[in-house]
Design a protein around this ligand. Structure first.
Ligand code: MN
Length: 130
């Protein structure tokens, strides 16, 4: 059974490939990919994904700003956003949650924790069994 579509917003090709492989291995077949913040906004608006993996350090529009904008759109604000950041610093959690991120993970992302977190969030949001 195909699982919900997930938007991966990530500008680093190696990370992108790793997230893709990780999610495909867990049965997520409809993956959408954005390599900068503008593209992430466009694709999210057009495709209404079930969840967004959001790199915070994205070119053009950073991930926090993309998150803020998506959360201002009533038809999109329910979409869970998992922030990914290479620089987990004091105060980041508050900053990310304040922008509307639903969860965050610091890079390097744990290949066990990421699919678990995605599954948990999708189950909470939709009642869908992942
Ligand atoms: Mn980046």
């Amino acid at each position: 059974m195909p699982k919900d579509k997930i938007l991966i917003a990530e500008d680093n090709p190696l990370n992108m490939r790793m997230f893709e492989m990780l999610l495909r291995a867990r049965g997520y077949r409809s993956l959408l990919k954005a390599v900068n913040g503008e593209e992430a906004l466009e694709i999210a608006i057009r495709e209404k994904p079930a969840l967004v993996l959001m790199d915070i350090q994205l070119p053009r529009v950073n991930g926090l700003e993309v998150t803020r904008r998506l959360k201002q759109i009533p038809s999109l604000r329910h979409i869970p956003i998992i922030a990914l950041t290479a620089y987990a610093m004091k105060g980041d959690r508050e900053k990310f949650l304040g922008a509307g991120c639903d969860a965050y993970l610091s890079k390097p992302v744990s290949t066990r924790e990421l699919p678990k977190m995605i599954g948990r969030i999708l189950r909470q949001r939709t009642g869908y069994l992942v």
